[in-house]
Design a protein around this ligand. Structure first.
Ligand code: G3H
Ligand code: 13P
Ligand code: ZN
Length: 332
């Protein structure tokens, strides 16, 4: 058993309370690689932001859970080395799909876990979440649950359509499950193709797709029913068009990739939404920089030559999100 406290990590309780009260959101960045971890820590330290580093089941399979745990410990020490006296870093399991996986993470240094029972019938979702909460709280680990289903791919669970969270269920769900935060479905979705062209309109000037707006009425109704309760938005990458254009200009093929407009995420951050999940934008920033580098320097074959600009591009993106969208800068 390794407690996250031994690793210098924190759970989400205090940072979420401050974020809800302060009208900003904590960035939750997925990571699988050393360069992503370095870029996340550099961005968080430079902007004085708390940060959630999250690991999916797929990331654990790719990079190995033990390695990722020590990388999170390394992130804390690296933040201190960069001059941050009191880093506020959470190691979070993203889309945990079983009690056993959540328990394994809690026993191995995670400070927060998500149990995603959103595809289960309502009562089963409550029962599974409650079981995870009981174990997690005994170890002072916080738990994110999900109610409502996002369109797109939730790890291995594919959902063609989005089922918005039903506001009339949130009080009963949070009370009976005991979860510390709740991921809701208001029209975001995972990946770089969040909406089909048919669901969007086209900007007549640029020809770019304009996605349908998020269901803020549902968010506000949820906030009314659960005052001050921490709400989470998954699938919140903006899929920056300049990165998509760079990828496409250098041999990539991402037609009609579209994300959530940043103005809407800015608005959500000011509400009870206190955690915003971003993974795809990091993938796009990394891929754009690498494709461009390969095109410009065909003779390069040392990974450091192309991973360095990739890391810099991700760092720029993380800083932009923290300062210009979520507003979590200057909070340490
Ligand atoms: O919500 C899913 C995250 O983007 C993680 O994706 O399962 O491909 O690591 P992954
Ligand atoms: P994006 O695919 O929009 O980055 O969402 C990531 C996410 O929700 C991780 O849980
Ligand atoms: Zn997600």
């Amino acid at each position: 058993m390794t407690s996250y406290k031994e690793l210098g990590l924190v759970n989400t309780r205090e940072m979420f309370a401050k974020a809800v009260a302060g009208g900003y959101a904590i960035p939750a960045f997925n990571f699988n690689t050393l360069e992503q971890m370095q870029a996340i820590v550099q961005a968080a330290v430079e902007t004085k932001s708390p940060v959630i580093m999250q690991v999916s089941k797929g990331a654990r399979n790719y990079a190995n859970g033990t390695i990722l745990r020590y990388m999170a410990q390394g992130a804390v020490e690296y933040a201190k080395e960069l001059g941050c006296a009191n880093p506020q870093i959470v190691l979070h399991l993203d889309h945990g799909d079983s009690f056993e996986l959540c328990k394994d993470c809690i026993d191995n240094g995670f400070s927060s876990v998500m149990i995603d029972g959103s595809a289960l019938p309502y009562e089963e979702n409550i029962a599974l979440t409650k079981k995870v909460v009981e174990y997690a709280h005994a170890h002072d680990v916080t738990v994110e649950a999900e109610l409502g289903v996002l369109a797109g791919v939730e790890d291995e669970v594919a959902s063609e359509v989005s089922h918005y969270t039903k506001p009339e269920e949130v009080e009963d769900f949070s009370k009976r499950s005991g979860c510390d935060s709740l991921a809701i479905s208001i029209g975001t979705s995972h990946g770089a193709y969040k909406f089909t062209p048919e669901q969007c309109t086209r900007d007549p000037k640029t020809g770019k797709l304009v996605p349908p707006p998020l269901a803020f009425d549902i968010l506000h109704e949820i906030e009314k029913r659960l005052p001050g309760f921490p709400i989470v938005l998954h699938g919140s990458s903006s899929v920056p068009q300049d990165e998509v254009d760079t990828i496409n200009a250098h041999g990539g093929k991402l037609p009609d990739a579209v994300g959530i407009p940043e103005e809407q995420l800015r608005e959500a951050s000011k509400s009870a939404v206190c955690k915003i999940n971003i993974d795809s934008d990091s993938r796009l920033a990394m891929t754009a920089a690498i494709r461009k580098h390969f095109d410009e320097y065909p003779s390069h074959f040392d990974p450091r030559q192309y991973l360095k600009p990739a890391r810099e591009n991700m760092k720029k993106m993380y800083i932009h999100k923290i300062v210009e969208v979520l507003g979590s800068n200057d909070k340490l």
